[in-house]
Design a binder for this molecule. Structure first.
Ligand code: SF4
Length: 295
């Protein structure tokens, strides 16, 4: 890992990445794509060491304006709970600031390390709003260890989702990607959906049954196929060539199953609705009170 001084921390949409690169090793990782122009090895994590100072400055400035953009997002590009977070505490320090300034948080991870910060997540949720998002792709634990080798497996993530629910924190699951010929099966989707129902998730984001592959990500994925699934690389190449969107033959059947289960259990499954929910800050009155407090 290496340390840098970042120039800014919040994107125009209020997203932040405290790290660049990731050590979880998911074989299908889109963040490896060349288009993101990472100038270092993907596993050589770039640590934005001044992120807490930058965030505090940005939130202090926002307090004087309006409640718009009061939800801060993290985890879209790189997991905020990689191994290095254990000692660096960068995510934790930023959560402390979000909590102190009364902002909301939407955070996406695959790691049970998030439980370390449960106290802050609860506090943010009580003062404003906190949504914990977890990615679930693979019900079979053995297969999960191959596809997502350096992070806790789906069963443990399910337990994390349950703990969030028990603590009143709403959760959203990203059921994506589902890889053709690997985990695009009825059994897998049923297993994941069953976990979601039992964990009482608020919503599930699923764009369809498939995966996207582009330069940088594709090569890594194909190497992993060669290593773990003999013959599959050729099959992918024959069927999909260099396509960006790889859609499973089982897409229609499995999406029908997905919608049926969600409707039956009142789980929100509209992507637009869920993205709106992630951006939406609870009523501005509470926020205004918070702003007065910090004036
Ligand atoms: S957790 Fe996310 S960023 Fe990290 S390797 Fe997996 S897909 Fe990539």
């Amino acid at each position: 890992m290496h340390f840098v001084e970042a120039k800014g921390i919040l994107s125009p949409q209020n997203g932040m990445n405290l790290y660049r690169g990731c050590t979880h090793g998911c074989i299908y990782c889109d963040s490896r794509s060349k288009c993101y122009q990472m100038k270092h090895e993907f596993e050589d994590i770039e640590v934005k060491q001044n992120a807490p100072e930058l965030l505090e400055k940005a939130l202090r400035a926002k307090q004087k304006r309006s409640a718009k953009g009061a939800m801060i997002g993290t985890g879209a590009m790189c997991d905020p709970y990689m191994h290095c977070e254990q000692e660096l505490l960068l995510t934790r320090k930023c959560l402390e600031i979000i909590d102190r300034y009364g902002f909301g948080l939407s955070i996406l991870t695959k790691s049970d390390r998030i439980l370390r910060d449960l106290d802050l997540l609860k506090s943010i949720n009580q003062k404003a709003k906190c949504v914990v998002q977890m990615t679930l792709t693979t019900y079979d634990e053995q297969l999960c260890r191959i596809l997502e080798p350096n992070v806790c497996t789906t069963k443990r993530r399910f337990e994390v989702l349950k703990i969030m629910r028990e603590n009143g924190i709403p959760t959203i699951v990203w059921m994506s990607p589902l890889l053709p010929f690997i985990n695009d099966t009825r059994e897998n989707v049923e297993g994941i959906l069953n976990y979601c129902v039992r964990a009482g998730v608020y919503g599930i984001i699923c764009f369809g049954i498939g995966v996207t592959l582009r330069e940088g990500d594709r090569e890594y994925f194909y190497e992993a196929l060669c290593k773990n699934f003999p013959g599959l690389r050729e099959k992918y190449h024959q069927k999909y060539g260099y396509a960006y969107e790889i859609v499973s033959d089982n897409n229609r059947e499995l999406m029908r199953l997905f919608y049926d289960v969600c409707r039956k259990h009142n789980i929100v499954c509209s992507v637009e609705e869920l993205f709106a929910y992630l951006r939406q800050f609870p009523e501005d009155e509470a926020y205004e009170q918070m702003s007065l407090f910090f004036k």
